[in-house]
Design a protein around this ligand. Sequence first.
Ligand SMILES: [Zn+2]
Length: 874
Amino acid sequence: MKERRPFAVTGASPHYAPDRPVKLDHIALDLSVDPKKKKLEGTITHRAKVVASHLKWIKLDQVDLDILDVKIGMEKAKFFVEGNFLHIELNRTFEPGSTIEFSVKYQLKNPRRGIYFVGPDSDYPSKLYQAWTQGQDEDSRFWFPTFDYPNQKATTEVSVRVPKGFTAISNGALISKTDQADGVQFHYRLGTPHVTYLVSLVVGEFSEWADTGPHGLKVQYYVPKGREADGKRSFENTAKMVTAFEEKTGVRYPYEKYSQVAVQDFIFGGMENTSATTQTDLTLHDERTHLDYTSDPLVAHELAHQWFGNLLTCRDWSHGWLNEGFATFMERVWVECKSGPDGGFEEAKYYSYQDWKEYLDDDQHKYRRPIVFNTYIEPIDLFDTHLYQKGGLVLNLIRSILGEADFWKSVQLYLVRHHGQTVETLDLIRAIEEATGKNLRRVFDEWVFNAGYPEFEVSYQWHEDKKLTEWVIEQKQTGGQPSVTKDGVTTSLFHLPLSIEMTLENGERIKNTIDVGDARERVFLPSPSRPVMVRFDRDFTIPKTLKFPRPKEMLLYQLTKDSDCMGRIEAAQELGREIGKTADSELINVLEKVLTADAFWGVQVEAARVLSSIRTDQARDALVRALKISNNPKGRRGIVSALGAFKDEPSAAALKTFAEGDPSYFVEADATYAWASSKMKPWDNHRLTDIKSVEDFLHQQLEKNSYRQVIRAATLRALSELPGVESGDRPKALETLIEWTKRGHDTDARGAAVRALGSILKSAKPNEKVKILDVLSYLAEEDNFRLRFQLVPALEDSECEEAIPILSRIAQKENDGRITRAVQRAINHLMTSGTLPESVLNLKTALEKLEEEHRKLRSLFEEKMGKGFNQLSE
Ligand SMILES: [Zn+2]
């Protein structure tokens, strides 16, 4: 296994919540904002209860604000600014229990974070003027001075004057909207305490409409004018989700209204500002996109935060999974609610499976850490797949351990008890114990406070004489020890109830639950006859890896007859791993049926992957036939990508049709890339006669508009892989790639061009290398966050030392923690790996050639033997 890098990078240190000498009660902001002039000025008033004895000074967080005046009550107060703090001297000593009210008059200077002003320029003349804020994790201090940490909660009130024609959106109920001589004043008030990172202000020109949710709740939507239909399509399920989440949690939606506003250039997908979520306008989509894309996960996630994150907030960032893990888990819960129990939860299980794969990829290739962890540089470092995906999966596991009813009973107690407060993980453990009598401390220790997951190896045997099945279950992650510690991170053995299901020939199912916890366990389970199918962790509730070889006939039964989609997927993968290595006609025939006949698209996708890995002509023909009749766009996507691995004419011919047109943007995009890949054969030493026609077709594809530029992005990537681009033989392709990085083009397409250029650098000849590095170096000055976000991995992919100074330049002026962290990792990577020597590149080509020869041999073998087998069986 590849060595994991430690999570904590140089400069990281343990973090704790700050002291709280006063307890905030209410915050009132009285502001004027002009998005065109990029101005914000006004006064903030805090009302608080004193906690500390003999309080003489108050220290507020602020960054780069112009502090004009401070008052205690009505009296002017002395103050000074030092670093990122505003120190206020109190006019007398305050004692515990007394109330203090103080106000600060201020204006923005040149905010680097916290509040963002966007608008048109010569390259993007149709952009709209907007101002929006983003407080999480510790950025509200860039637009108002306050106690900016989640250990303080207060009710808030935002009164704001904006120019005529603009709408202001903030937290809570709109108390008044007043026309004034020079603009409009909006006054909002939120009556339930929340933390400062959730205070939001959005100013722009919007279309608005509303639905009615449960108990008459006003569910509001704001989108740029002209995007109303896309907005209705994207947010269509919001009100239903409020009802569903109220029913699940047993706790009413807690705020005066729920609004979503779609803004330009947002730096996250969505932000769950209390009762007033901000969404990226990239989620707004047309009817064609809606065929195989939905905004539901985003909408459900931000809505779920209103309970988990806003009503209850992690007391410090190390417990951030109580926000993000729950919100991710609730995405799945919505998928369950939507498909209903009759849907067999197929979509929901597969949804969790995707989460699992994303987390596993990071765990295996990046780093491993416990979910609760306080060593970091910036809190945003913690917002990774451990916090979101693994957090959500662990909650799903806990639900399966407790059972549906007990789980939600616990959640309800947790929400009711800490209503409007801050929480730590222990609060959840205690709520579970009090609601159900079950102490899950060990489960939390293993899954939340320690790291990793069980790596199971299972074997199974049938004893005819004793009518018993014998199971050997091993946990391999600790090498036989109770726990292992590496880089300060401990992984232990996991103590779990495990479901084992055996299916008999007559269809009868025998379910067993056994407790495991040792490195090796041997278990005997009775069965009246030989099972035809055996399943381990039947409902896919344990995040785990599993090696569980079984006889081919058992797996074929499971692939075709298991009513559970995860069982069918597991069987396809296991068959591919073991039997797929030999050319097996029977398996290929079964997989072909699955590609179009399986009721669930996720199984179709996994079957296509297995066929792609078998890589024989028969497997290819199965994919080609299935592609022509596949009527599920998501299934079709899987088949198209699988075919891209076959570098031959039958695949190319099949793919071209779908690259030219498909009802789904995503299929068309994937088919474009797969078609181009199928035409490229590095072992032919790039003597391809038709590369010119590939290049021409790709240039045609670049004309196509699509949702988030998926077709252009796939095309640019394909162009970058054309043989000769890196050595100056295809100057037009290289110029095209450079052209698409330029301002004026859509950011998604620019980002794809940047990534494509980065991938060429590895093998570029000196002239091309200089050209590309010049472009990337120029882009380091780019003010577009999402472009810089692509630039850093592009430079990391380059494998060349010249990228390091460019990365350093980005880091020096970067304000976003996500990018600075990515830069640090990229530099580390480039320092340690260095440039790939030419010999390694040659080796790679040689290997690809060998693989192709191997494939041909296998196809030949399959043709001869396959026919032989078929004749025998007839
Ligand atoms: Zn979230």
